[in-house]
Design a protein around this ligand. Structure first.
Ligand SMILES: Cc1cc2nc3c(=O)[nH]c(=O)nc-3n(C[C@H](O)[C@H](O)[C@H](O)COP(=O)(O)OP(=O)(O)OC[C@H]3O[C@@H](n4cnc5c(N)ncnc54)[C@H](O)[C@@H]3O)c2cc1C
Ligand code: FES
Ligand code: FES
Length: 1254
């Protein structure tokens, strides 16, 4: 049997029949090589955590690839470099690792290795400009930082960077001419047979699939002739599974990635491009050939392809693979197909005997079984061919098209249409060309309003648009199709033809014009206090950027380890009649199946009877299904892939299946689904009523999108279980494991080193996975690993609480509220267990005078997963609603929104904001920019800007129970701290070290923070509420004070000795060098956090796309312990808030209750090119809380609440667009969050009659 040989970081590796078809490069690196620096989240090419660098031919220039997509058997001859290979603590760190860490580009650090490897690969390939660097990072997601520091760090490597810190030489970039093996190659890899050794033929994989590696098309047909074509896949880049997941691989897997005859390009009368060129290679060909006469138009294709996926996917995925996805799934909005159809390309398809050339649309109808896509034929086109294409996405990069279109006109010298092709994707499976419109246009003068309106009328009838959830509505996609046609004409028309200068604003592409992003961080620091108040990078930043920092799933694999996965219900509301796991249990590698009846103790993973865990919540469904995808059993298998595959084979019979209610707007009207939490009455009422305003506002959920998903590793140990859990709350994991398994707490040790993001997700929900994992380990007495897939996380676990408000308020002429009666409904999901609205009760008025506000809060039930903590839960919703009131008043009365806010401000309590508003107005040059925005809006018909504010008052709630222990080692005076807080990127460890170093007056280097462990730090409350850092700091202070008092007399006696001498002597004098701090309710600190933010946005009225032009954010963080870390918290929180209000859209099937946006393919968090073009953060000057807090305030969550200003700015831009169609500016329109491209476009109220050229 053959083997696949490759190298990883220079070491020879080899795989063969011992691996199965599911093993990816990612699995191999992490499990076989224990190289766990490479991380993962989505396993579908959507997050970038897994990126490594690979040279596909020996000595070739390495490229970034997603290790999660690559089958390990595809790696023949690859030279793979992982994060461990480019720099480490032994051989020194790579400049990219160091620069990212120094710029505080890592918070939780889980995404950092992927970023480093993307950047590393980019620099290996070219010497990029700063702009090229920014544009190349669409492959990576970071949920913590808000991207600004990452971009800032990486731009330093740009060849045009003003403060360039390194020469390309220093980075040992492999320049092509230095590299003998690749020096005289073209874009393709022509390798001598001797260079690669024996050509691989065949491996019988462990799961009985047959893997072939072929080098010729002839070989493919030979294999098919021998083995049949009933079950096969041609493995090119193997990235299609990132779009349509492969449940099980077929019987024959034929690796065609090195069939060189399908990789080159040549000219006959056409440009003939081999179908197995990767998209990156295709782009290089287009770039080269676009310099050739009659092929200049290929530049349009090249620009469009830059928006396809991202660099690592393009480095793997091929033209053929992309087209074949379209062939299998007609609804796939393939950009490659769209482009080729637009230009009238053709495709060559071969059978064993024949080759035929097909038109693109005929290819879709062709039975492709047993056929090979060989090439695409791209025609030469003269200058009278005008081509423009569009791709409208929900965010700026790395998303599939909502609608994409290509317009190709052949014009005579008088701009009359000789022929044309109007191509669309994303509307319906069958609709590709607008044929009737093409006919209509033929012979017409293209750039005239008459033709335009005539064509739009025909096109409207021509379009076939069908519902395709979770894709946006039919209405929006239809509107977009019309608008893009118009945009196409605007883009192609000569200036002389479009005399309407305001209309020309519709021509460009909003994201294309985006400048290089910029940012400023303005704060004070007092060096006399350092290391306190010092803006220093995170202590563990460097090891995070080097992949050396350990996360839960980095615990090495133990022998006999098993993997667990939940079986999820496939209905929302029903009774389970029967669960049949027999098929799953027969699946090779499956070990066990458990249901609720296998749980020794109570079937609950939440500790009933606590403030935020009122009741029990089922670990596994007890027989009555409460929501779609509720966990009903646990499948245990020998591998992650086996467990997850087999989980889908469990068949469940349901009865009494009912339709769920998933929308809070419906549920709030059903009295049986609502219970009042509190009613806070007004203490006064004004009578000066100018206007009475009624209405409702609704905002929906948000998925936390932790880069590290929910995961637990559980090891049976002699006393019981050692549990490595990705949790924000070790105590609850220990407690609920003890209760469910009926074993004593002291037999269960829970340890957390750090989390790859938390944002509240891992406070209580992590316990479900942890307890399930522990159940398996306990039942089987074997180590168990429960890695919940991204999809299951999104499906089975609750999210941010949706919230809806009904109100009636009266205001005077200045917008001052006379009375405000409002009821707020919080969607808890199927059970009221964590009543997070309680956290918002204090801020229902935000910073405004509440004496006239009657507030009623209700807990509402919907048939969805139990919703949970999510960055600023309860508070974000209530603050947003209060801010909406202010916006509404300002529109209704035509008043300045800042004035309305100030007129309603609670001056007595929150008067601080007045000064902050003035500061921010000055810093942001508000008055001039206000005028500039108004001018811009009057000059542009299809671009509109908005400039709006949000105010913030955030009051930390409660305290935590935390144990802090400090140990000083007698021989060298070094210090180790253990504390009950969980490090999840907020920098609690760094701050603890700074405080300790400051108080003990020793260097920070002398202090280490040890993992959080229930054996040393028991009974801790969850790390959350932004309070962990402050409370750990108080605890460290207590520890230091105890120690210093024990050492005081000795220090005097020794006459101010060095620290080391003092400690050594203390030890010899029997002084206890371990101290302890316990934080409890007595340590509660009361203060308010204030913030003001102004946001300027621009929208493309025709498409609904938007850009955040500038953000100025002023927050009162007190005297920060570490301003650099706090800047990171504030920026990251704001961007998470901005995502919530723009692109993060959860779509449920209203009939079944299924969450349809359950993957990176459909759920879009902001990426690097979605952040503000100019992001300025200021910390309030001269702010100080108290000595216990060292003057500081919490920062983790508050800025999330100011993200609502993005929504307000977008609304203002929409209002400006609406006023163009005669809709009054003071007419409020209901627009629930998030403000997606769809909602922006539709709210603008554009009619096709408004489309004009002249
Ligand atoms: C994160 C992500 C984002 C993406 N974004 C976009 C996007 O914005 N726009 C877009 O258009 N696409 C997008 N894609 C799709 C991407 O372009 C395709 O996944 C890729 O081109 C498929 O090529 P492949 O070589 O990996 O195909 P594979 O996965 O290897 O194969 C796919 C199919 O093609 C068949 N096949 C392969 N080669 C041949 C051949 N020569 N003849 C016959 N059949 C063949 C295989 O049998 C298989 O059925 C995205 C993909 C990912 C993962
Ligand atoms: S794990 Fe590979 S891209 Fe997300
Ligand atoms: S630091 Fe990027 S996801 Fe946490």
């Amino acid at each position: 049997m053959d083997r696949v040989d490759f190298t990883v970081n220079g070491e020879q590796c080899s795989v063969g029949c011992e691996v199965d078809s599911t093993v990816t490069l990612l699995d191999y690196l992490r499990q076989n090589l224990e190289l766990r620096g490479t991380k993962y989240m989505c396993r579908e090419g959507g997050c970038g955590a897994c990126i490594v660098s690979a040279a596909k031919c020996p000595g070739d220039t390495p490229q970034s690839v997603n290790a999660c997509l690559v089958s390990i058997t595809s790696c023949k001859n690859w030279e793979i470099t992982t994060i461990e290979g480019i720099g480490n603590r032994l051989k020194g760190y790579h400049p990219i690792q160091k620069t990212l860490a120094e710029h505080n580009g890592s918070q939780c650090g889980y995404c950092s290795p992927g970023w480093v490897m993307s950047m590393y690969s980019l620099l290996k390939n070219k010497s990029p400009t700063m702009m090229e660097i920014e544009q190349s990072l669409g492959s990576n997601v970071c949920r913590c930082t808000g991207y600004r520091p990452i971009l800032e760090a990486f731009k330093k490597f740009g060849k045009d960077s003003p403060d360039k810190i390194l020469d390309i030489e220093d980075l040992k970039i492999c320049k092509k001419e230095d590299c003998n093996s690749c020096s005289d190659r073209d874009e393709w890899c022509f390798i001598d047979k001797e260079e690669v050794g024996n050509i691989l033929k065949y491996i019988r994989l462990q799961d009985n699939r047959d893997w072939y590696r072929v080098e010729t098309v002839f070989d493919i047909f030979r294999i098919w002739a021998e083995r049949g074509t009933d079950s096969y896949m041609l493995v090119a880049g193997n990235t299609a599974k990132g779009v349509y997941p492969i449940e099980e691989y077929p019987r024959l897997l034929i690796d065609v990635s090195e069939v060189s005859e399908l990789k080159n390009y040549l000219f006959d009368q056409n440009l003939v491009v081999g179908a197995l060129n990767t998209l990156t290679e295709f782009m290089t060909i287009l770039e080269t050939v676009s310099k050739v006469q009659y092929f200049q138009y290929l530049k349009v294709l090249l620009d469009h392809l830059k928006l396809v996926a991202h660099i690592p996917v393009r480095n793997l995925g091929t033209i053929a693979g992309n087209l074949m996805i379209k062939h299998h799934y007609p609804s796939f909005p393939s950009d490659v197909f769209l482009l080729l159809e637009t230009i009238g390309a053709q495709i060559t398809v071969a059978t064993s005997l024949t080759k035929k050339i097909l038109k693109m649309k005929d290819f879709l109808k062709e039975d492709m079984r047993g056929k090979v896509v060989c090439s695409v034929l791209i025609p030469p086109l003269s200058d009278n061919h005008k081509i423009v294409t569009f791709k409208i996405m929900p965010r700026a990069q790395n998303a599939h098209a909502i609608v994409n279109s290509g317009f190709h006109y052949t014009l005579n010298p008088n701009n009359r249409v000789v022929s044309c092709r109007l191509v669309y994707s994303g509307l319906s499976d069958s609709f590709i060309r607008a044929k009737a419109t093409e006919n209509y246009l033929t012979g017409k003068q293209l750039f005239s309003d008459e033709t335009l309106q005539g064509a739009l009328t025909v096109l409207e009838r021509d379009l076939v648009v069908v519902p395709n959830p979770p894709s946006p509505s039919v209405e929006y996609r239809r509107q977009l199709a019309l608008a893009l046609f118009y945009k196409g004409l605007l883009s192609l028309s000569p200036k002389s033809a479009t005399t309407n200068s305001r209309a020309r604003s519709g021509a460009g592409k909003i994201h294309e014009a985006r400048p290089l992003s910029d940012g400023r961080q303005i704060f004070d620091t007092n060096p006399t206090l350092w290391p306190l108040n010092k803006p220093m990078p995170k202590i563990d930043g460097l090891i995070q950027c080097a992949g050396e920092a350990q996360y839960t799933e980095d615990v090495p694999t133990l022998p006999r380890e098993v993997f667990a996965a939940f079986v999820l219900s496939t209905v929302s509301l029903a009774k389970i009649e029967r669960v049949d796991a027999s098929r799953a249990l027969k699946y090779p590698g499956v070990i066990a199946f458990y249901t609720a009846s296998d749980i020794p103790g109570p079937n609950s993973y939440t500790p009933a009877g606590r403030t935020f865990n009122l009741t029990n919540e089922e670990l596994l469904c007890n027989g009555e299904v409460k929501f779609y995808n509720q966990p009903i059993g646990i499948i245990v298998g020998k591998s992650y892939a086996i467990a997850n595959r087999a989980a889908k084979l469990v068949s469940v019979t349901y009865s009494n299946v009912r339709k769920p209610v998933v929308d809070i707007k419906i549920a709030k009207n059903d009295p049986t689904k609502n219970s009042m939490v509190t009613s806070i009455d007004a203490t006064g009422r004004g009578n000066d009523v100018t206007k009475v305003i009624t209405g409702e506002n609704t905002i929906y959920g948000q998925y936390h999108f932790c880069m590290e998903t929910l995961v637990t590793v559980s090891h049976p140990i002699e006393e019981g279980l050692k549990v490595y859990a990705a949790t924000q709350w070790t105590d609850i994991v220990q407690q609920m494991t003890s209760r469910t398994l009926q074993i004593e707490q002291n037999r269960i040790d829970v340890q957390v080193r750090r989390l790859g993001g938390g944002y509240g997700y891992k406070i209580s929900r992590a316990t479900q996975i942890a307890v399930a994992c522990n159940l398996v380990a306990y039942k089987l007495n074997r180590p168990c690993r429960f890695i919940q897939s991204l999809t299951n996380n999104m499906r089975a676990i609750g999210k941010r609480l949706p919230c809806s408000v009904n109100f009636e308020m009266a205001v005077d002429a200045k917008g001052v509220i006379q009375y405000n009666n409002f009821s707020s409904y919080s969607d808890n999901g199927y059970i009221v267990n964590e009543p997070l609205i309680n956290l918002g009760l204090d801020v229902y008025n935000n910073c405004y005078d509440k004496t006239r506000w009657n507030y009623k809060a209700f807990n509402t039930l919907t048939d969805t997963a139990s919703n949970t903590w999510c960055r600023s839960p309860g508070t974000l919703e209530n603050i947003a609603m209060a801010e909406f009131f202010m916006e509404r008043i300002s529109y209704e009365l035509g008043l300045d929104p800042v004035d309305v806010r100030l007129n309603n401000l609670d001056n007595a309590t929150h008067g601080d904001l007045r000064e902050m508003v003035q500061t921010l107005k000055m810093n942001s040059d508000y008055d001039n920019r206000r005028k500039a925005v108004n001018k811009f809006n009057s000059e542009n018909r299809w671009r509109k800007r908005g400039l709006r504010f949000s105010f913030l008052r955030w009051t930390p709630a409660g305290s935590l129970y935390l144990d802090i222990t400090m140990s000083v080692y007698h021989d060298d005076g070094t210090v180790a701290i253990t504390h009950g807080g969980i490090e999840m990127g907020q920098g609690v460890n760094t701050r603890a070290i700074q405080v300790c170093a400051y108080l003990l007056n020793i260097p920070v280097e002398k202090i280490q923070i040890k993992p959080n462990d229930t054996t040393i730090s028991p009974n801790n409350f969850a790390s959350g509420g932004s309070l962990t850092s402050q409370n750990v700091a108080i605890g460290v202070q207590k520890c230091c004070e105890q120690l210093l008092s024990r050492l005081a007399s000795l220090r005097t006696e020794l006459n101010n000795p060095t620290w080391e001498v003092l400690i050594k002597t203390a030890h010899s004098r029997d002084i206890d060098l371990q101290t302890h701090g316990f934080i409890n309710m007595n340590d509660v600190q009361n203060y308010h956090i204030y913030g003001v933010t102004s946001v300027e946005v621009e929208i493309d009225v025709l498409t609904g796309e938007s850009e955040i032009i500038r953000v100025d954010l002023l927050e009162d963080v007190g005297r920060s312990v570490n301003p650099e870390i706090d800047i990171g918290q504030v920026e990251g929180a704001f961007i998470m808030g901005a995502g919530y209000w723009t692109s993060e859209n959860l779509v449920y099937d209203p009939t079944t209750g299924e969450l349809l946006t359950n993957r990176t393919w459909e759920y879009w968090v902001p990426q690097a090119r979605d952040i503000p073009q100019d992001f300025r953060v200021y910390f309030r000057k001269r702010s100080f809380t108290n000595d216990i807090l060292f003057g500081a305030k919490a920062t983790g969550e508050p800025a999330t609440c100011m993200g609502v200003a993005v929504a307000f700015a977008l609304r203002e831009a929409i209002v400006a667009a609406r006023s163009e169609v005669g809709l009054p500016r003071n007419q409020w329109f209901e627009l629930d969050g998030p403000y997606t491209v769809e909602k922006i476009c539709m709210a603008a109220g554009t009619r096709k009659e408004d489309f004009k050229l002249i």
